[in-house]
Design a protein around this ligand. Structure first.
Ligand SMILES: C[S@@+](CC[C@H](N)C(=O)[O-])C[C@H]1O[C@@H](n2cnc3c(N)ncnc32)[C@H](O)[C@@H]1O
Length: 341
């Protein structure tokens, strides 16, 4: 793929905003829609970014790609869930499964005779060569008994964006396929209610991603769980840590780019995970969650270097990968939303 496939406007999001009230709707130009509709089309419409053959791993690294230790930790979590549930097979449902990398890693990490039914829930097509034990689906199966896991799924559930105008009124941000933006009407209805509760805007220029489609998506996934545990892992914020200008961004070819909703790049925004949480849920950092599953970045004892040099080198490599998964300012700051049913 060449750079020409990703035509990012230097104006990008958040700059050069015009108010339709000043210009009149006729002068706004064609193709203006809210970010939710624009993102939905750019990621999952015809020729959409996530439907391309290279998959997410062709453009960025998630914890799944960073190290097999992540799949090993999920395998351990599944065995813990299974032990709580008692005898019988358990389900492992990976929502937003990419190309099935996590399921492949978990199946490899589990004991051969572990009784698991593995489901990949994905909008893209099943990749060739995937383990035939994995059932590929477009929707979460019903009556799940086991572990439902969603790594970096919710940040790709499309949302609208609001921005406070010079009077502090929150307005819907409209966008053209080239990424240039215009302020639309004041937010209303479900959008206004969600902002008021979770992310109030008043300072002129402040922006927020309106998260109710993610709350709804998560509630739907958890609703399919009959017994067990649901986990959503994402880069996230809570009421205390909302970013003042939002986090809408683009990714392409391993780097962050301006979000342009033309199918050329990923469009993503951090998740207000506290808003997604249902009663009884807990939020912990990935660092804490992985430590509880035996993954931490501590170095092996130096004495191992003399008693068993090969084991020392292996342990050192593992420690490096664990450090990446648990790093401050990196993957370790991701939040895990855990919901037991
Ligand atoms: C950032 S990727 C994460 C892939 C993988 N979970 C990982 O961690 O490497 C997000 C994935 O979620 C998928 N996705 C988004 N919305 C979805 C939905 N409603 N149902 C199923 N998959 C979805 C996208 O197609 C994409 O493959």
């Amino acid at each position: 793929m060449t750079d020409e496939t990703c035509q990012h406007s230097p104006e990008g999001s958040g700059s050069g905003l015009l108010r339709p009230g000043l210009l009149g709707p006729g002068l706004l130009g064609p193709g203006l829609v809210g970010w939710r509709e624009a993102t939905e089309r750019a990621l999952y419409g015809e020729g959409g970014f996530y439907l391309r053959p290279e998959g997410p791993a062709g453009h960025f690294r998630t914890s799944v790609h960073a190290s097999p230790l992540f799949a090993g930790a999920v395998a351990r979590l599944l065995t813990e869930v299974a032990a709580r549930l008692g005898p019988g097979p358990v389900d492992l449902v990976d929502v937003g499964a990419g190309r099935g990398e996590l399921l492949t890693g978990v199946l490899a990490a589990l004991p051969e005779d572990f009784p698991v039914r593995a489901y990949a829930v994905e909008r893209a097509a099943r990749p060739a060569g995937l383990d035939e034990r994995v059932e590929w689906r477009a929707a979460v199966p019903g009556r799940v008994r086991g572990l439902l896991f969603a790594n970096e799924w919710l940040d790709n559930v499309a949302v609208d964006v609001a921005e406070a105008d010079e009077d502090g009124v929150a307005r819907l941000v409209l966008v053209r396929p080239d990424g240039t933006e215009v302020l639309g009407e004041p937010v209303s209805g479900a959008d206004a209610a969600w902002l008021a509760r979770w992310w109030p805007l008043s300072e002129p220029g402040a922006r927020a991603e309106i998260g109710w489609p993610r709350d709804r998506a998560w509630a739907g996934a958890v609703g399919a769980l009959e017994a067990g545990l649901a986990v959503a892992v994402d880069y996230a914020h809570t009421r205390q840590t909302r970013p003042p200008f939002g986090t809408l961004s683009g990714f392409w070819g391993g780097r962050e780019v301006a979000p342009v909703p033309d199918g050329s790049c990923d469009i993503t925004a951090h998740v207000a995970l506290d808003a997604c949480a249902l009663p009884g849920a807990e939020l912990v950092t990935q660092r804490e969650a992985l430590a509880g599953l035996g993954v931490s970045g501590g170095r092996p004892p130096l004495s191992l270097a003399t008693s068993d040099p090969a084991a020392y080198v292996r342990a050192l490599a593992r420690a490096g990968e664990a450090a990446e998964l648990t790093s401050r300012g990196g993957l370790g700051d991701f939040l895990w939303l855990r919901q037991r049913v």
